[in-house]
Ligand binder design. Structure first.
Ligand code: AGP
Length: 616
């Protein structure tokens, strides 16, 4: 959802902006544009609806001669459709200044009335142009860019990462954030601004996170940060962990294929350093204090989409090991239900990006009510982990494809580690359960590699099922959220109708959907470690088979009970039932990818979707 890049320096400005925008493409967008201070000292803009390649073609046809300062944007439409005119940057002060923006200006109608009553004409339907014009009215009245910018951002309601530059102060970019992220990249004789570090990581790994309600002012040689009143703010730089190569496709057909293949390593990285002498120890939780962890009497996991399914899987394990009631709520529903929260509640947010606005708002709501907040997050120094009392990073590496894969399995892994840590500290975890879980973790990356190797079998299956119009997914216990995740993957990237159900729920309604040839994936629990659930799921398979379903069973190796009733059997390595979904989801990820590919769709950037949803 909107990519933002700023560059001040001596190198090729247009290339620096395009390079940043390419690396932010994963965020999802429907138009793109750049503005530079050109070699005549004026502001020049090129912008185009559609993918970045359209902007690149425009720049070839009509090149920009940049003099070293520029801003670039990929827009995910909110106010006004994805047209050339609505694309950012937007201009003010008779074309002397340019602005780009992520977020929503909620009081834009009121500001639009003000600027039009002051004689301004608006060309687009966007809230951003209103801000650009308002800022232009201020600079035109004689204020310098910083002063005018400070005054304008204080008047904005809503959410924004906002960048502006003016031809009267070439070499300078001002940038503000309010409930939307902003990072500065520190180079040698050049500096960058970005929505996240991907915008500049190929040029520098030295970064500074701009705090909430702060303004960054960059030139090629300087970086200053102030608050909205103009008071100088100290800042600290940090070294970005992800290298530039980690965000490249590296020879794979898509980022999603690469990221599915990276899952063994992602899981190993999540576990690394967190098992010490046979015990799970998460230092970030230890820092909260044992007493605080012992007092917790309720956990609420808040998350959206795939992360919420990871939260659902995690809730079973945390409850089992730590004996604390755990519920999962969609972040965007959480605060509207006026939840019962006390100082003994822990809110755990799960978010790959750490910037999902719905989840951020849920976390802020929890913080305001004095509960303990823990963030399970993949992105270093993102807003949610920084706002929370403790951050448990998944260390899965950058996830670029819109469809989440390695982040999902890493989130479940992190939640399981968290459950084991809580169980140990609270004395509810038996030595046998801890030893069994630790043993599972030790072999999990290897087993994940075997699950990834189901690709070929799934590719054939998908080939035969290329015309499928609807697919159902069934699971029980931790298999239920994994079934929901399998369905979401198919909807997201193959645009195929799909539903996930708890297997036991089938007879209460959804079985009416089963018709001759209806494909149903069934996630079968381990018969060794969960014999009762296994037998129930085998009965469910017989029920749907009897009604004509085409059954594709995901089973543990050696499970022969389903053979008479399944059309296809996909085998995953032996594991304990709680760990099943981490492996079972992999063939479902491949299935979605293969069907998307067979339909000729863009696997990594499906229509209408953004990687991180930074508006509510
Ligand atoms: C998953 O494939 C989706 N892209 C989406 O459901 C995603 O998981 C959700 O928007 C939450 O994102 P987050 O983990 O960055 O908070």
């Amino acid at each position: 959802m909107c990519g933002i890049v700023g560059y001040a320096g001596p190198n090729d400005t247009v290339e620096a902006l395009l390079n940043g925008l390419r690396r932010l493409e994963y965020r999802g967008y429907d138009s793109a544009g750049v503005a530079v201070i050109d070699d005549t000292g004026g502001v020049s803009v090129r912008k185009k609806s559609g993918k970045l390649v359209n902007l690149e073609d425009l720049l070839k046809a009509s090149p920009l001669e940049a003099a070293g300062t520029g801003i670039g944007h990929t827009r995910w439409a909110t106010h006004g459709g994805p047209t050339d005119v609505n694309a950012h940057p937007h201009l003010g002060d008779d074309g002397r200044l340019a602005v780009i923006h992520n977020g929503i200006v909620e009081n834009f109608a009121e500001l639009r009335d003000e600027v039009t009553s002051r004689g301004a004409e608006l060309l687009s339907e966007t809230d951003t142009e209103v801000v650009a014009v308002l800022l232009g009215l201020e600079t035109a009245s004689g204020k310098d860019l910083e002063t005018a910018f400070r005054e304008v951002v204080q008047r904005l309601h809503g959410t924004f990462t906002l960048l502006a530059m003016h031809q009267s102060e070439p070499g300078k970019i001002v940038a503000a954030r309010h409930h939307s992220p902003l990072v500065v990249g520190l180079g040698e004789g050049e500096n960058f601004l970005g929505f996240d570090v991907a915008a500049f990581v190929s040029s520098t790994r030295r970064a500074v996170v701009v705090n909430e309600d702060n303004i960054a002012i960059i030139t090629p040689d300087s970086v200053r940060i102030t608050d909205f009143t103009g008071a100088e703010v100290d800042f600290e730089e940090y070294e970005v962990e992800w290298d530039a190569g980690a965000a490249d496709k590296g020879g794979w057909s898509s980022f999603m294929a690469k990221e599915i293949n990276e899952q063994p390593e992602a899981i190993a990285n999540t576990i690394r350093g967190r098992i010490v002498d046979g015990h799970v120890e998460i230092p970030e939780l230890t820092a909260l204090g044992e007493d605080r962890l012992k007092e917790i009497d309720r956990i609420i996991i808040v998350a959206c989409g795939t992360a919420s399914y990871a939260g659902m899987v995690g809730s079973y394990a945390i409850e089992q090991w730590a004996r604390i009631p755990v519920e999962v709520q969609l972040s965007h529903e959480f605060r509207y239900r006026d939840p019962v929260l006390t100082d003994r509640t822990m809110v755990i947010s799960v978010s790959q990006s750490g910037e999902t606005m719905d989840t951020l708002m849920a976390v802020k709501y929890a913080i305001e009510r004095g509960v303990t907040t823990v963030s399970v997050c993949n992105t270093q120094s993102a807003t949610i982990p920084r706002e929370s009392d403790a951050a448990v990073y998944t260390h899965a590496g950058p996830e670029v494809a819109v469809a989440s894969t390695k982040a999902f399995v890493a989130q479940i892994t992190a939640l399981y580690l968290l459950g084991l840590h809580l169980g140990r500290v609270r004395g509810t975890l038996s030595a046998e359960d801890e030893a069994a879980a630790v043993e599972q973790f030790e072999t999990l990356p290897e087993k994940m590699a075997e699950a990834v190797a189901t690709h070929e079998q799934i590719a054939q299956l998908a080939h035969w099922m290329a015309d499928t119009r609807s697919v159902l997914f069934l699971g029980r216990h931790v298999g239920y959220p994994a079934a929901l995740e399998g369905a979401l993957k198919l909807k997201e990237i193959a645009y195929i109708h799909a539903e996930g159900f708890a297997a036991g729920e089938l007879k209460h309604g959804p079985i009416a959907l089963i018709d001759h040839g209806q494909p149903v994936f069934v996630l079968v629990p381990s018969p060794r470690t969960s014999p009762l659930m296994h037998s129930k799921v085998v009965s469910n398979i017989q029920e749907i088979r009897a009604r004509g379903a085409r059954v594709i069973a995901i089973v543990e190796k050696g499970d022969t009970a389903v053979l008479p009733f399944a059309d296809d059997v996909v085998r995953i390595p032996l594991t304990d039932a709680l760990f099943d979904p981490i492996l079972q989801v992999v063939p479902l990820q491949w299935f979605a990818l293969e069907l998307s590919t067979a339909k000729g769709l863009d696997v990594d950037q499906p229509r209408n979707l953004a990687k991180s949803v930074t508006v509510e």
